[in-house]
Design a protein around this ligand. Structure first.
Ligand code: BGC
Length: 485
């Protein structure tokens, strides 16, 4: 596993305040948000979300993708922060500095970038590799903050990319900010399109060199484990012909092998490959009821020739959630959904039951593997032995939020792990970190603003006073309140 030091050396306690921008490039969507941290463990968040166009995920140049992201930020500012935006445009025409015009960055932006990055500072990091279906070779090895800042500057937006954050780190921070009680959060984990976890480790346990500056006073640092790439050699992970086929046809064969068995992007595809294999077997009766004598519900079962069942990625993992949630005696919801989303008309009860069983097996395996990752971090922290406090874990992502019983299955598996057991499992508190990546990125931008404040050249402070003098109350003091402990 990559085990990347993040330069984040503390978690918040809920008293932090300020207004920040955050963007989140996760996998499926791009979110732009502004977050007001109220300082009392609550926050207000405004956001917009767009699906990332498929052609940009595999664009030939990094600029295509990052230019699109900057455009979304511009749109967001125009719609939701028009007042600040306009004030900035006006100032640009009036304020000068000793070395000509320089933009003042009004908004500090936390950039949640949910791919493996070799971080070298709070707002610096080079992309190691793409995951989750992205493939833009041009960006690999480049500083993703600089790529975004360049495009922001081209649009002359009043925004500074202040912090680079993995979504798991954001989740950890957000959960710490909002989590109940005095226990600080140990781990932030994502079970969504992809999967990964970030946890608080003692610096003395970190064996790889950590270059550059960081706050040494806490003796701790957040580590981004990148557990999605655990056991790429397949020494431990379960492996089926469907896993093999999925990997072979993916954009990154041989990588992210744990993720390919756990996360939402892949589970539907595993189910699909298993079903297609069943359909090929002569003895199988799946989706084959030929007349009303054999079909319990309607008549002949037919499959639309254009069905996603026979196309790569054609079965969305959300159908597994519907299958798991359908407790009706005739599985009527699932049967309707097989028709709506896969064009399988008049599936019989047995067909639906078979679908449900296959989906359950794939979903349960994912939950149990997830428990292995969570349990490993809990054991490594030794927290179950060190105190009687709950061990707090923040989670986010479509799978853990929407797949029924995912957390229940995780708890069952945790209880079976040596060193945790049923008693230990009861002390592990897994809670959703609301808007994890947005709030987390804001919190880290807040830390960054604090670090910056000590290092801002005098000229910039002068410029700030000049601007404040001229425009007084219209200038928001954003991103400057720093009370992180
Ligand atoms: C990425 C991680 C990310 C995870 C969850 C994985 O594919 O490598 O950096 O945290 O997805 O979004």
């Amino acid at each position: 596993m990559s085990q990347i030091p993040t330069y984040v050396t503390g978690v918040p306690n809920g008293t932090e305040k300020g207004l920040y921008l955050a963007v989140d490039l996760g996998g499926t969507n791009f979110r732009v948000c502004s977050i007001h941290l109220n300082g009392d463990t609550t926050f207000n968040l405004t956001y917009t979300k767009v699906a990332i166009p498929k052609n940009l995920m595999t664009a030939s140049s990094a600029q295509d993708l990052f230019g699109f992201l900057a455009k979304q930020i511009e749109q967001f500012l125009k719609i939701h922060h028009e007042d600040h935006f306009e004030a900035h445009i006006r100032r640009r025409q009036t304020v000068t500095s000793p070395d000509g015009y320089r933009d003042e960055h009004i908004f500090r932006l936390g950039f949640t970038f949910s791919f493996p990055v070799q971080q070298s500072g709070i707002n610096k990091g080079t992309l190691i590799r793409w995951t989750k279906g992205f493939d833009i070779p041009d960006a690999v090895g480049k500083d993703v903050c600089a790529l975004l800042q360049q495009e922001i500057d081209l649009l002359r937006l009043p925004v500074k990319v202040a912090a680079l954050v993995n979504d798991t780190v954001g989740t950890l921070m957000a959960r710490s900010y909002t989590s109940p009680g005095k226990t600080s959060t140990l781990l932030g984990a994502i079970f969504g399109t992809g999967t990964n976890g970030a946890y608080v480790e003692k610096v003395r346990n970190i064996r790889k060199p950590i270059g550059g500056e960081y706050d040494k006073s806490t003796g701790e640092m957040v580590i981004n484990t990148e557990w999605g790439s655990f056991d790429n050699q397949l020494n431990h992970l379960p492996n089926t012909p469907y896993d093999e086929e999925l990997d072979r046809d993916s954009v990154n064969p041989g990588y992210q092998m744990f993720e390919k068995r756990v996360s939402g992007m892949f589970l539907g595809e595993i189910v699909r490959l298993a079903l297609v294999d069943m359909l090929k077997r002569p003895q199988s009766t799946l989706f084959t009821d030929a007349n009303s004598g054999t079909n319990d519900w309607k008549s002949t079962t037919t499959i639309n020739p254009d069905t996603g069942l026979f196309k790569q990625w054609g079965l969305d993992s959300s159908l597994m959630s519907i299958a798991a949630a359908d407790g009706t005696p005739e599985l009527s919801t699932l049967r309707q959904e097989l028709e709506n989303t896969l064009g399988i008309y008049s599936a019989s009860f047995e067909d639906a039951k078979a679908f449900k069983d296959v989906a359950y097996a794939v979903g349960r395996r994912a939950a149990r593997l997830s428990a292995v990752a969570l349990g490993a971090v809990v054991l490594q922290s030794n927290k179950l032995n060190e105190s009687n406090e709950p061990v707090d874990i923040g989670v986010d992502g479509s799978l853990v939020e929407h797949y029924p019983f995912f957390r229940t299955m995780i708890y069952e598996a945790l209880a079976a792990i040596e060193g945790i057991g049923p008693e230990g499992a009861k002390r592990i508190r897994i809670g959703i970190a609301k808007d994890g990546s947005g709030v987390g990125a804001a919190l880290i931008a807040l830390v960054a603003a604090g670090m910056e404040k000590n290092a801002v050249p005098d000229y910039l402070n002068q410029l700030r006073s000049e601007v404040t003098e001229r425009f007084g109350a219209t200038i928001p003091q954003m991103g400057m309140a720093t009370t992180l402990v």
